[in-house]
Write a protein that binds this ligand. Sequence first.
Ligand SMILES: Nc1ncnc2c1ncn2[C@@H]1O[C@H](COP(=O)(O)OP(=O)(O)OP(=O)(O)O)[C@@H](O)[C@H]1O
Ligand SMILES: [Mg+2]
Length: 254
Amino acid sequence: MTNVRSETGPRLNSRPKTVAFANSKGGVGKSTLALLMGLGLATRHRDASVNLIDLDPQATTSDSLRRFCDSRFSVVSDSRNYASGSPNNENIISHIHSQQSRRFKKRFVVIDSPAGIEPIKSSFLFHCDVLLIPTSVSDADIFATRRYVGKLHHLFQSHDNRQTFPPPALIILPNLVDSRDEFNELRFALQNERAYLGKPLYYSPAFRRAFREQRNDDNIRTIFKQAQPYTLWLTSLLTQSHRLEKRPKELFQL
Ligand SMILES: Nc1ncnc2c1ncn2[C@@H]1O[C@H](COP(=O)(O)OP(=O)(O)OP(=O)(O)O)[C@@H](O)[C@H]1O
Ligand SMILES: [Mg+2]
């Protein structure tokens, strides 16, 4: 595990495909989905390197994924810089843009962020292709998600031509869903949001064991078997992110 710091310095005119999982609300599935995305990309794209940046001082994701690290899959965490309660933007941005190894054709960066980060303090978000915002269907989570999306729009309004890349596509990801009816309820509650709405990830007890170290990694195997179509769809969001460049004027279901 290394700190979020580039050795090669930023190269701001090209960058790897980058996704951040974020929501001001805790416990909505940011880390679980970051795990699915990180390992899913590494499994699907053998010619790519995958770098997971864990911004959570609790380091749940990085601690549990460290055992999968090799020359192609790496995890970095930034706990030292979290005393201030805000991410160390310069280091994160520098890390996103650091040069990839010549051994790999592509590079993906997956960022897992902790609850409670204010968008206004997160300039690294400008450097992502896709911003995935998990939410459960509970009223409290929906309320927080709406507020969070509003703050993101406010942040990205300040985007100007000095920035090399357009702001990321905003995709709300319904998680911990119980039934199709519940998903429809959520869609209705979010109908006025100017964002994409992802496919629902249903509640499954297997996800409760996602961060456990088990012999033979049976828990991870079970999750990937169960969530295979979902993971395929999730990873395609990043690889096909150019298709999401048009910003929806109202909720647009993917
Ligand atoms: N689809 C699901 N089905 C069942 N349990 C789930 C599902 N998604 C996440 N969980 C569980 O919900 C809890 C919260 O998930 P997770 O830690 O990924 O959320 P988080 O948004 O990263 O939380 P935090 O804000 O604390 O970082 C965990 O115990 C996780 O195992
Ligand atoms: Mg988390």
